[in-house]
Design a protein around this ligand. Structure first.
Ligand code: ARG
Length: 592
């Protein structure tokens, strides 16, 4: 049996081949393989039971016949894996010490892992739509999740071999531009002269403009006219709009940098304005869209949930009454562009859970439209999440009830982490404590977000996320730093081959190695569901196994073979922790 990154896959494929060659077995019913309770082995296949029931065969005999042909097939060498029959017809697989040894030698560096995982999504063209904020507004706490979750998902996909395009679908074409331009002109603001916190000022201008509109409704006409002029391509308003967009993008880039977010393209809603005409035309021609009270809409009568209390489900509105495009028309033009330009096979959208209806309607419309036009339909997925709550279980706000700015949150995370580091390591220089505090603070903020199941709300708690105990970033970063210190002491490169190492012996060695081999399984779980918390849970468990191992098996023993094998396990634990944290967008520290 060849040593591959994910032995479950190897075993599953081999078992299928064996099943197809076993008399009286139907390949369609070949059992899947899954992780087993360690008491019984590494993996288990129990699908024989179903087949036995249908064919009224004795499940134990059936499983045994599969084991016999597996043993005769030459695919399951007994020095690598042992098969045994258990219970009412389960097949248990136990990897041998030799297999473990070879696996640990073979997967030494993050790139070894990437190479191995690269088959999972090999060359699949995937567009990820994130963080997609709106122009002219400062980033606030609501932007944390799309950035953090989006980046983790993008990294997971890249790691698994996908060809990703990270597309920041910014909202740069809303009615707010009318108000903003009105207020800029009213106050005679020079956009070029706004200086460093230009976006903060723009934010304020918009708020002042909206307040004015409320007080003097006739101002709304002025704003609307500015918007109409902008949409008609008026040079002055277009130039203002461009400056606003540029100011926003500079400010967002600063946040992206701090959070380790990297986007490939930023094609905002404005980019699609000359592309929506084709959407109206195609959807009308195919009979999917029709005029309704002046608007252009697509009905999905079959979806009862869109009805609310109405008799007929409410439709997907793709062109406003006044003829202007909207969020839906832009998104329809966007999906077509992604399929035609990037030849996207998958498109993943990230927004909070309030947009679920929009995406359901968008996906349904796209399916029907693409089917009629015979366009290749990509797999479309909406990744959404719950709310970040404060201690009072209400959306997390500042003490005075304001929205928390993302920059302020990042600054506070760094400062608090700096305090924690100072307490732990007062002897380090201030600049060193700052550097470490920055990594821990930002890492803790991200990890707290990623480690909870994204569709649930979670409670924001500084003390918990910065704690060195429990499922936190500091705990994991500390585990890496502790392993690093071992290798500094022995002066060995942890990405070495440890050919002197003897085969594993103790139960804790096996338990840790077993957990290491499980890594790709955890990556796949996260990827299938686009839920990074599976990977977090895994890393936390891995660090726990490492602790048990470290506490019970001394590493620095005199016997050089035993020492080499224990160093080998430490080294690979380090690689897996670092690789996993990097997938989550979290940097590690050499020491802390
Ligand atoms: N700009 C939108 C918002 O802030 C999110 C855009 C999500 N992407 C999309 N293609 N609709 O809510």
């Amino acid at each position: 049996m060849q040593v591959q990154l994910n032995p479950i896959k190897t075993i599953e494929v081999a078992l299928q081949e064996v099943a197809s060659q076993t008399a009286g077995f139907n390949i369609k019913f070949c059992p899947g393989v899954r992780l087993a309770d360690p008491k019984f082995g590494d993996y288990q296949a129990n699908g024989v039971l179903g087949y036995a029931k249908i064919t009224q065969k004795n499940p134990r005999e059936l499983a045994q016949s599969l084991i016999d042909s597996a043993n005769n097939s030459g695919q399951f060498d007994s020095d690598m894996v042992n098969l045994s029959l258990a219970g009412p017809g389960f097949i248990n697989f136990k990897l041998t010490a030799k297999f473990y040894w070879q696996w640990l030698q073979k997967f030494a560096t993050p790139s070894d892992f990437e190479l191995g995982a690269g088959r999972i999504k090999k060359d699949r063209r995937i567009v990820i739509d994130y963080p997609s904020a709106n122009t002219a507004k400062q980033a606030h706490i609501g932007h944390l999740r799309p950035m953090v979750i989006g980046e983790a998902i993008a990294r997971l996909l890249d790691f698994c071999g996908a060809k990703t395009t990270r597309d920041n679908h910014i909202g740069d074409w809303g009615t707010n531009f009318g108000t903003l331009i009105m207020q800029i002109k009213r106050e005679g603001v020079e956009l070029d002269a706004l200086g460093d916190d230009a976006l903060v000022k723009l934010d304020q201008l918009y708020k002042d403009g909206s307040a004015l509109e409320l007080k003097q409704p006739e101002i709304r006409t002025t704003s609307r006219n500015e918007l109409v002029k902008l949409q008609a391509g008026d040079p002055e308003n277009t130039a203002l709009w461009q400056k606003i967009v540029d100011i926003s993008s500079v400010a967002f880039d600063q946040i992206f940098k701090q959070l380790g977010v990297s986007v490939d393209v930023s094609l905002g809603e404005s980019f699609y304005q000359d592309k929506v005409g084709r959407i109206y035309k195609e959807l009308s021609e195919t009979g999917l869209a029709e005029e309704s009270q002046g608007a252009l809409v697509v009905w999905h009568d079959e979806v009862k949930k869109f009805s609310r209390n109405n008799e007929r489900p409410y439709p997907f509105n793709i062109r406003k009454k006044d003829g202007a495009s909207n969020y839906a028309s832009t998104d329809l033009a966007t999906i077509l562009y992604r399929v035609e330009t990037y030849r996207a096979q998958e498109v993943i959208y990230l927004t909070d859970s309030r947009q679920q209806d929009h995406f359901q309607q968008l996906f349904l419309t796209t399916e029907k439209w693409f089917f009629q036009k015979k366009y290749p339909l990509p797999l479309m997925r909406h990744v959404y999440w719950g709310t970040i709550l404060g201690e009072d279980k209400k959306p997390f706000k500042t003490k005075s009830g304001q929205t928390i700015k993302l920059q302020a949150l990042l600054d506070e995370a760094r400062e608090r982490a700096f305090q924690v580091v100072t307490q732990k390591n007062p002897e380090l220089s201030e600049s060193e404590r700052r550097r470490i505090g920055d990594i821990i603070g930002v890492g803790a903020l991200k990890y707290a977000d990623l480690s909870s199941n994204r569709t649930l709300d979670y409670e924001f708690n500084w003390d918990r996320m910065l704690s060195f105990e429990g499922n936190t970033a500091p705990y994991l970063l500390y585990a890496v730093a502790r392993i690093n210190s071992i290798f500094r002491k022995v002066n060995v490169d942890p990405e070495n081959l440890f050919s002197e190492a003897s085969p594993l012996e103790t139960a804790t060695e096996f338990a840790l190695a077993r957990k290491l081999i499980e890594f790709v399984h955890a990556v796949e779980l996260s990827l299938n569901d686009l839920r990074p918390h599976f990977l977090c849970t895994y890393l936390y468990e891995l660090a726990g196994c490492y602790s048990s191992f470290y506490n019970s098996d001394k590493v620095m023993v005199d016997n050089s073979e035993v020492r080499a094998r224990r160093l080998l396990i430490c080294a690979r634990t380090r690689t897996v922790l670092k690789t996993g944290l990097n997938l989550l967008g979290i940097s590690t520290l050499e020491r802390m």
